[in-house]
Structures are given as C-alpha cells and as structure tokens.
Design a protein around this ligand. Structure first.
Ligand code: N01
Length: 498
C-alpha cells in the first residue's frame, strides 16, 4: 500500500525494535503491516550517531539479533559503521523492506473508539496522509531525540554548533579551537578521536564519570572462520557473555560491596591514564559506581592528559558569539561547539503526539505519575498500543536487543490471542498496571540508581526511575513469554449485521 489507507499493524521506527517487529510479524504470516520511519534508512540510533569513535559498549555477539548471528564482526565491541551495515543487511535479507516507508514522520496518532482503530497522521515528501490500523507498535527509541543544553546565549553562537547525535561531517575540525560539553558515553568516545586533530580542545565536565578499561579486541582470521563454521560456537560466545554480565552486574546495583572491585578498576584506569594528580582529582567521581551509566574506554583519560586539552570543571555561565564563559568569569574562545548533552528520556517527545481513548496524550497521562506501562509495553486507555523499549525496559549492563526481542514475542502472542478470540481491543487494566509499577518502584528504592548520590537521565523530575529494568533480563523474558490476557480488558470484535 501507499501511505494512505488501512493496515492491520502500523509500526513506527526502523531501528532494531521496528525491524525486529517487522521480521517476526512476517514470520507469523502477517502480511498487512507497514513500518514508517522519519529517517532515510533503517538503523535508528546506529544510523543517527555517526560521530568519530562511535561504537557499542555491549559486546557485538550479544548486541545482535538471536535469529541473525553475524560471524563477521571485526571487533569484540563493534564500531558504528559495522552495526549499521549489519542492521541494513538483516533488513535486506529479511524481505520486509518493501513494507518500510522512509522519510515518513508520525505527526499524530489518535485512538478512534467508535471505529476501534488507530488513526495516524503522517507526513512524507508528498504531503500528509492518514493511515488507520488495528494495532500501533511504537519502536521510536528511547535515546533518539537530542537534548540541547539550556545555556544562556547558546542560540547566538556564531561558530559551528552541533549535537553528538547529529554530527556535522562538513565541519573540518583540523587545527580548530573546539569545545565538547558533556562527559557521558558519547563524549568519551568523541574526545579521544578529535583530540588527535584539533588545535585545542576544551572539555566541559559537570560530573566526572567512572570509566572502566575497554576489553576490546580484534577477532583474528582463524577465530572468525571458526565462528562461521563451527556449529554452536557463536551461540556459546553469546551465552558466555550474557551470563557473565547477568550474574555479576544486576547484583551490584543492590550490594555496594559487590561494586568495589569495579570501582577499584575504574580508579586504577584513571591513575594509569592521567599522570597529573590535580587533573586526576578533578576526574575522580564523587558518587557510587553504577549510579550513572558506567563508561568504558582505554583512550579517554590519556586524551584528557594531552597538552592540547583542558578539562573545565567550572560551571558554564553563558555562551557568547565566539566563546564559552564559565562562572569564574573566564572566557574560552571556540570555533566549534559540540554538545554531547544526551537525549530526552523521561519526556519522550513522541508521547505528546499519541492520544488515547480519553483524549489525553501519553505525555499528559504520564505528566502526573511519571512514565508507566504494563510490562513496559502496554498502557491503560491506549488500546492496542504496544511500546517497544517502553518505560522501565532500559538496561545498564546488557543488550537492549534482548529486551526488544522479548517485547516482540509478547506482541506476537498478543496478536495471536486477539486473532484467536476475535478481540477487537486489548488494554491492560489499571490495577495490573499499578501493581506492576508499584513493584518496580519498590525494587528501585534500594538500588544504587536511586541511592548512589548522583543525578542521572534514569530519574524523572520526581526522582523516580522510569527508565531501567531493575531485575535480571531472563526475569524480563520470562514475564513477557506469553500474553497474559487476564491482566487485560478486552472487547470482542463487532460482527457485521446481516
Ligand atoms: O548522554 P548523557 P550521552 N551543561 O546524558 C552533560 C547511550 N550511548 O549521549 O552528568 C553541562 O549520558 C551531562 O552532565 P551530568 C548510553 O545509554 C551508548 O553521552 O548530567 N553539561 C553528561 O555528562 C548513554 O548512557 C553508547 O552532570 C551538561 C552529558 O552532558 C546514553 O546513550 C554510546 C549539560 C550527557 O550525557 C546517553 O549518552 C553512546 C549542561 N547544560 C551513548 N547538560 C554505546 O556504546 C548535560 N550535560 C552503546
């Protein structure tokens, strides 16, 4: 179909989540679905984040679809271009691409209770269109909308300015005075790469992160051959990585003592990478390890210790036409300003465009109590809406692809259940949703994310962690292994009058 008309399932987003949904729907014999994607290609965050040094900090054998293993990863932690090529190859080989509509943006989606369907307005280069669908599957990503820093005067900066996730490859950094604002996962990958070419680099650090060594290595030719030809070897790698992370990491979110070895390792990495004691002091984190995302790099600290880099820890007061001014009054001239300041996470912009049964948008519904869904996937008053990477599905220690696959299994079973029983709508009960979220927040209370003395993008304005999954990933998979219709209000499909 074109971008007008009706489909049974409308999927939003062509990253790992939307692609996974499309492939599995097709496997189930579903032929009536469409994937809309505002960008020009599959890949989502891996299409958008093209900054120098972009790479995954989860091992590639795990950070890939279980049904599409890749024996050709060159490194144990893959660089962005390889991940993007992998996603594109999987999409091409799946035969689903003819159902994808690129450059097509969801403008609004509203539940039509009389017709019992979703009515979605989209725009594409030819204009605006309406698509109706029985289900709406939102896989638009939790880290897809860049958050620009709210700094006085920044809009009047006359030099080049861009966000880490919207890298401007036309800007030549060679010999320039460059500033990077932020020291999160993106910044620590960018800094070592650009330090080599810029004239001078200022790194504006608000909070010093913990940085562990990156145990990356190149797969040798023989190892790759073995991965390709020895039956079960890739699965063995994947399983070993999975359990290695699963047994240690979730435990230490609750037991600070278990985190001590990691903390020591991070501080040793700092000591090894930075010779200047005064700089080391400023780079030493002052919160519990794990409270914010733990970063990994072998090159970040040595880059900061270089002669052409200054780590600025004074707060930024304002940006002028050609400089960043800190609260101590020091003005540092800059030609290129790179803001690696993260994403909208607890107020996802797309939620302001999705309206449920009562006429309220998801954003309005969540404004009062914070983001909350049933099993991170479905929401009361939003019938037949399935969110992939919804509230409290994020991970700090393992692969989001595992979570996505679990959610897509749940979606598949929901669709099977609806078809089998001829349900027109399914919608989680408020009681089941409340119980699910009360349990999550009770579990959160004692975790390092809530008690570790940091502020992070995991917490909303009220200090509630609505981003992370607090249990093991196999618990998540188990809980979503079948569609638990008892937790849902359902309505029967209307039969046509004779
Ligand atoms: O963003 P962030 P990111 N003035 O929000 C600072 C994933 N990821 O793009 O810590 C000054 O983590 C802010 O300071 P503070 C991963 O899940 C994965 O780096 O809030 N500074 C912080 O230092 C990651 O967690 C990979 O005090 C300001 C930084 O900007 C997530 O994406 C690679 C500021 C923002 O850090 C986001 O990472 C890269 C201001 N006004 C990213 N506002 C993988 O390898 C913000 N900051 C898979």
């Amino acid at each position: 179909m074109t971008t007008n008309g009706h489909v049974k399932h409308l999927v939003v987003g062509a990253g790992f989540a939307g692609l996974c949904a499309a492939i599995r729907l097709q496997e189930d014999g579903e032929t009536d679905f469409l994937v809309i994607e505002k960008g020009g290609d599959v890949g989502g965050t891996w299409r958008d984040n093209t900054y120098p040094g972009a790479a995954c900090d989860v091992p590639s054998q795990l950070y890939s679809f279980s049904f599409a293993p890749n024996p050709d990863w060159s490194m144990s932690f893959s660089p962005q271009p390889e991940i993007q090529a992998y996603i594109r190859r999987v999409a091409e080989e799946s035969g689903t691409l003819d159902r994808f509509r690129f450059h097509t943006t969801l403008e609004s989606a509203a539940w039509d209770d009389d017709a019992q369907l979703w009515r979605t307005e989209v725009s594409d280069p030819t204009g605006r269109h309406t698509i109706t669908s029985t289900t709406l599957v939102v896989g638009a990503g939790g880290l897809s909308e860049p958050r620009l820093p709210d700094i006085d005067g920044i809009e009047g900066f006359d030099g080049e300015l861009f966000h880490s996730a919207r890298w401007d490859h036309d800007v030549d950094l060679a010999g320039k005075r460059v500033a990077v604002i932020g020291t999160g996962a993106s910044a620590i990958q960018i800094v070592p790469e650009i330090q080599k070419v810029v004239g001078h680099l200022d790194v504006y650090q608000r909070t010093a992160p913990y940085v562990l060594p990156r145990n990356d290595r190149r797969y040798g030719r023989l190892e790759r051959l073995a991965l390709r030809h020895v039956p079960g070897l890739q699965r063995l790698y994947r399983t070993a990585i999975y359990w290695g992370r699963e047994t240690y990491v979730p435990g230490f979110t609750l037991q600070p003592k278990l985190a001590l070895p990691a903390k020591k390792m991070a501080l040793a990495n700092l000591a090894k990478g930075v010779s200047d004691p005064e700089l080391r002091e400023r780079l030493t984190p002052i919160f519990e390890i794990g409270c914010k995302r733990i970063l990994i790099s072998n090159t970040y600290y040595p880059a900061l210790d270089s002669d052409n880099v200054e780590v600025v820890t004074d707060r930024i007061a304002k940006v002028t036409g050609d400089a960043v001014v800190t609260e101590d009054g020091v003005e540092r001239p800059v030609d290129v300003l790179i803001v690696a300041t993260g994403f909208f996470t607890t107020e996802l912009p797309i939620t302001g465009h999705i309206t449920g049964r009562g006429g309220r948008t998801l954003a309005e519904q969540w404004r009062e109590g914070g983001m909350a869904a049933y099993k991170g996937t479905t929401v009361p008053d939003f019938p037949n809406l399935f969110m992939l990477v919804g509230p409290n599905t994020g991970l700090g220690h393992s692969s989001m692809v595992f979570i996505i696959e679990s959610q897509v299994e749940y979606l598949r079973d929901a669709i099977r259940t609806m078809d089998l029983h001829r349900y027109a709508t399914v919608e989680p009960t408020p009681a089941a949703t409340e119980e699910w979220n009360a349990d999550l927040q009770r579990r959160m209370r004692r975790t390092v994310w809530n008690t570790g003395g940091c502020s992070s993008w995991y917490l909303d304005e009220d200090g509630r962690n609505t981003i992370l999954w607090p249990r093991s990933t196999f618990a998540f998979r188990g809980l979503l292994s079948e569609f638990d219709v008892a937790a849902y209000d359902v309505t029967a499909a209307r039969t046509a009058s004779p």
